[in-house]
Design a protein around this ligand. Structure first.
Ligand code: APR
Length: 433
């Protein structure tokens, strides 16, 4: 069981991870980089708060006991809120080291380097109010710097713009107020005056992580494992780390983990999704004349209709619990798995039939060794299944399948075509775990 998650918009939090590992040598750690949504510095506070809550809930569903928000922007936007909405979880956040800076300064001038989002948050204001009333605090926002560190781009030109004002103001203490900045500490130091003290709060945070674990009676004696999760689909990064994708795309409205599989509620057009297989809410004859079926046939091209006809000629009509497999033609996915949900009717076994369609789709996905699948609100359109009920049946069936089959599927996206359906899926998946 993983004890501590260390979470950042990208690789910046690895500096904190390193210090936590020093202080908790046997703990089982998971490092989470939100590559699909980062960098956070240029997002609004609201967006960062919503996204951070979503990921925190995901980590809780994965069994994590303590969450370190190793990102100053996310801490500024979300830390208070997270403690309110998830009171049973131990949270540690990053705050700019205003207090240590005020203790270290000799001339009474300190500078904080951070993202714009960090300065906007109430956390920063309250720190300055509490600890820095009798020193001058230079707030130097560094837009684009974390993103440059993240992507491995040149940081020199940016630092040549952001640091001279700090030097001119005479700051003798400079705080690295973003977890990405310690990764370029030497480039920063080169541009500061002799004797300027640079403060990196990583170790202080790590100390706090261990203290909070102790307060919450979290046992940190694991097997010293460290795993790296990224929300990005691209797991090849030139940072030498072994990343595993947790598929929580930018437009996700909720995500939970069951076993090794991520189930998410995602807003979007299924025909554009880069997954191994998309599920089609088809009819028994595989005549793709309307709704999502037509959208898939149009996006994929003629081969979808051709292969569907061949399938019907060979096997007859598509019965509950069975699925037809075709290629995905021109869509980014590799396959389409066609299932026919029930036409909703009072007094009929709607739930059993819808569950059978979901199982049929996932059985086929497993047979072709798909790792990721996107599934729409089967039956909840033209077939008239009340959407509040259909989304729950679909989410429960997916969870049951994952629990009972030891599937190789790593991601099941439940796709809403509009906000309302996506929210229903999000509510449904949060209630199944
Ligand atoms: N991406 C994601 N979801 C979509 C897309 C899309 N591109 N297009 C439609 N949807 C959503 C709809 O908004 C709806 O919520 O998929 C859900 C299912 O819609 P329908 O296509 O109406 O499916 P269903 O209710 O199962 O009816 C199946 O409709 O098109 C015919 O051939 C199909 O006869 C069958 C019947």
């Amino acid at each position: 069981m993983t004890q501590i998650a260390i979470f950042d918009s990208g690789i910046g939090g690895t500096t904190v991870l390193g210090r936590v590992r020093d202080r908790a040598p046997w703990a089982d750690l998971v490092y989470v980089a939100d590559h699909a949504f980062g960098p956070y510095g240029e997002r609004t506070l609201d967006e960062v708060r919503t996204r951070t809550e979503l990921l925190a809930r995901y980590l809780v569903s994965a069994g994590v006991s303590e969450i370190v928000i190793a990102c100053n922007s996310a801490s500024a936007a979300a830390l208070h809120h997270l403690r309110d909405v998830l009171p049973d979880v131990a949270f540690v956040g990053m705050e700019p080291a205003v207090k240590p800076a005020t203790e270290l300064t000799r001339n009474g001038i300190v500078a904080i380097l951070a993202t714009g989002a960090t300065f906007q948050g109430e956390l920063f204001r309250s720190l300055v109010g509490q600890h820095a009333s009798d020193v001058t605090v230079i707030e130097q926002a560094c837009p684009g710097l974390a993103a440059a560190v993240e992507s491995g781009a040149q940081v020199g030109p940016l630092l040549d713009r952001f640091l001279p004002p700090v030097v001119r103001a005479g700051a003798d203490v400079v705080v690295l107020g973003c977890t990405h900045y310690p990764l370029i500490r030497s480039e920063i130091e080169e541009r500061l005056g002799e004797g300027t003290v640079v403060v990196d709060p990583s170790d202080a945070v790590a100390k706090q992580v261990v203290a909070v674990a102790h307060d919450h009676e979290i046992d940190l004696k694991g097997v010293a494992s460290t795993v790296y999760w990224t929300t990005g689909l691209e797991t090849e990064h030139d940072d030498g780390l072994r990343w595993t994708t947790i598929d929580i795309p930018e437009s996700a409205a909720g995500a939970v983990r069951t076993g090794e599989t991520t189930m998410s509620a995602v807003l979007g057009d299924i025909t554009t999704m880069l997954v191994d297989a998309v599920v089609n809410a088809a009819n028994k004859q595989l005549i793709h004349g309307g709704g999502i079926a037509l959208a898939i046939a149009l996006a994929g091209g003629e081969s979808i209709n051709d292969e569907s006809r061949v399938w019907i000629d060979e096997y007859g009509s598509l019965e509950p619990g069975t699925a037809a497999l075709t290629s995905a033609g021109r869509m980014p996915a590799s396959y389409v798995i066609h299932v026919a949900g029930p036409i909703y009717a009072e007094g009929k076994e709607n739930e059993e039939l819808l569950a059978a369609a979901v199982f049929g789709a996932l059985d086929t996905a497993s047979e072709i060794d798909a790792e990721s699948v996107a599934m729409p609100a089967i039956s909840a359109g033209i077939y008239g299944y009340p959407a509040d009920e259909a989304t729950v049946v679909i989410a429960e069936s997916v969870a049951e399948f994952i629990d009972n089959t030891g599937t190789a599927l790593r991601s099941v996206r439940l796709v809403g075509y509009d906000d309302a359906m996506t929210k229903r899926f999000a509510a449904a998946i949060s209630s199944v775990t």
